[in-house]
Design a protein around this ligand. Structure first.
Ligand SMILES: [Zn+2]
Length: 242
């Protein structure tokens, strides 16, 4: 006999929150997150095991969203929020994050200023906003450094992109004179960012890391080794948000 109440039983739990599943004629999972439960519409053909796996990989995110809903319900906006981002590692130093009256996230006088409303968003939304800002800040620094080094060396980078990379701080495609810089450079000291720019630029003249390469590189930037050392000692991706 089919238990008609079965649909109303919790499929699983996230912390104390029951997760209710309804199989529907949908193509994608659709999550609705409340302060006391999670409801997920699931494509009809998914097995229990597949659904559990999806819940498992999104668990951290779901917890964060449940917490956000609980905060909204409480509506006690002066409460300290446990999972909020309080500081960001930027140009080699931890900088405080301040939620204040700004329209968009910005960096000013040693502080990251974020719109007040963001404080009540979940971690991932805040992280995305900070990512965008850090990306913009890094692009500006790289532009300044490229201008500086291009003028000094006569070498020219045609275009560059900023990406989150696992192993490299920077790379260059010699045939196109295009460069990629690691997003996480923004957490490193300014001189280290500069050293990556001149490193890649020097490759436009000498392809490999031979004696001649380093001789030329040091003639451009005498204190290159010092700036490079910290990069060698730091593994990416770096946890830049604390
Ligand atoms: Zn190299």
């Amino acid at each position: 006999m089919v238990d008609k109440k079965k649909n109303h039983l919790a499929f699983t739990y996230i912390g104390d929150c029951p997760v209710y599943i309804s199989r529907k004629n949908v193509k994608k999972y659709n999550f609705r997150i409340y302060s006391n439960c999670v409801k997920i519409s699931v494509p009809k053909n998914k097995t229990d095991q597949e659904i559990l796996e999806v819940i498992d990989v999104t668990r951290t995110r779901l917890i964060s969203k449940i917490l956000m809903q609980q905060r909204k319900v409480k509506n006690n906006k002066d409460d300290e929020i446990p999972n909020v981002i309080t500081s960001i590692l930027y140009l080699g130093k931890k900088r405080p994050v301040v939620f204040t009256d700004v329209e968009e996230p910005e960096y000013k006088d040693g502080e990251f200023l974020l719109p007040k409303d963001l404080r009540y968003e979940d971690y991932y939304t805040v992280e995305e906003q900070i990512d965008n800002l850090l990306r913009k800040l890094l692009r500006n620094i790289i532009k300044v450094e490229l201008d500086k080094w291009e003028e000094k060396t006569g070498l020219k980078c045609k275009s560059f992109s900023v990406r989150k990379m696992r192993t490299l701080w920077g790379s260059v495609t010699l045939s196109k004179a295009t460069m990629r810089f690691n997003f996480y450079l923004i957490a490193m000291p300014y001189d280290s960012i500069s050293s990556v720019v001149i490193h890649e630029l020097t490759h436009l003249k000498i392809k490999d890391h031979g004696k001649d390469y380093y001789k030329l590189l040091h003639s451009y930037m005498p204190d290159y080794d010092e700036a490079d050392k910290i990069l060698k000692e730091t593994s990416v991706p770096l946890q830049y948000i604390f």
